[in-house]
Design a protein around this ligand. Structure first.
Ligand code: ATP
Length: 224
């Protein structure tokens, strides 16, 4: 199996008078177009692990490879560029910019990366929103959308720069059952039809069942 992401003995300890171990000795490999659910009790380190995998935090020890590149050798600006270009993030709350339309929110990562012209970015954002059944809502502000619709815009934004990996932190945590099933199916489709790996933290057993594999954390450790 070709790994998109590989962690070896990944450990993150917060320094202090009483150091706090967030995660310890995590060995993990995520395949191309694999959909993995991270589960575990509250406080077990799921979000901490996701932040490490998303290069939003650095490990105290251990190593992480993204597409066979070891990530500790990258500078902060290189890491920012890698996040923008290769990783899409979806959080429990959508974090869309309130004064921007759906279309503009989806265009933001493309504008930031700067590889497409304004009209190309607009066209691509439109296509992404169409593919997520948001054709009617492109010009609406987040406040004019339902929770499920906002989350679909957030998924479109995460896909803007064609990432190889999507990291999602409780993407359905704030949604009703129907929207939750819809977002779950979208993520499942993405991993299987668009060769994008998905790693999602979830408390929802039904969501986890849609994944190819579930991994469980307890007290910062992966358990079999
Ligand atoms: N900045 C911090 N300072 C002190 N402790 C922290 C900090 N960040 C996280 N922790 C602790 O580290 C542990 C892991 O936190 P994390 O948020 O990763 O857990 P989680 O499994 O995602 O929890 P939840 O399901 O409730 O979101 C928790 O016990 C948390 O209280």
């Amino acid at each position: 199996m070709n790994s998109i992401l590989r962690a070896e003995k990944l450990t993150r300890i917060l320094p202090g008078e009483v150091p706090v171990t967030l995660v310890q000795d995590i060995d993990l490999a995520i395949g191309q177009s694999e959909f993995v659910a991270i589960m575990g009790p509250s406080g077990s380190g799921k979000s901490s692990l996701l932040y490490l995998l998303g290069l939003l935090d650095s490990p105290t020890s251990g190593k992480l490879w993204l597409e066979d590149e070891e990530t500790s050798r990258f500078s902060d600006s290189q890491l920012a560029r890698i996040r923008l270009q290769r990783i899409g993030f979806v959080f429990q709350f959508h974090f869309l910019l309130a004064e921007f339309s759906s279309l503009e929110n989806v265009m933001l990562p493309m504008r930031k990366l700067g590889l497409l012209s304004e009209s190309q970015a607009r066209e691509k954002a439109g296509m992404l929103l169409d593919s997520l059944d948001m054709r009617e809502h492109k010009h609406k502000l987040p406040s004019q959308l339902s929770g499920g619709q906002r989350q679909r815009v957030a998924v479109a934004r995460a896909l803007a720069n064609d990432p190889v990996l999507i990291l999602a932190d409780e993407p359905t945590g704030a949604l009703d059952t129907k929207s939750s099933a819809n977002v779950r199916d979208i993520l499942h489709d993405l991993s299987h039809n668009q060769k994008c790996a998905i790693v999602a933290v979830t408390h929802d057993p039904e969501f986890a069942l849609a994944a190819d594999r579930q991994i469980h954390l307890i007290d910062g450790h992966l358990v079999p």
